[in-house]
Design a protein. Structure first.
Length: 17
C-alpha cells in the first residue's frame, strides 16, 4: 500500500511545483 501511495504522491508533488 505504501508503494501505491508514493506513486500517487509523485504527481501531487509535480503539481505542487
Amino acid at each position: 500500500y505504501v508503494i501505491l501511495f508514493m506513486l500517487m504522491a509523485i504527481p501531487l508533488f509535480w503539481l505542487h511545483i
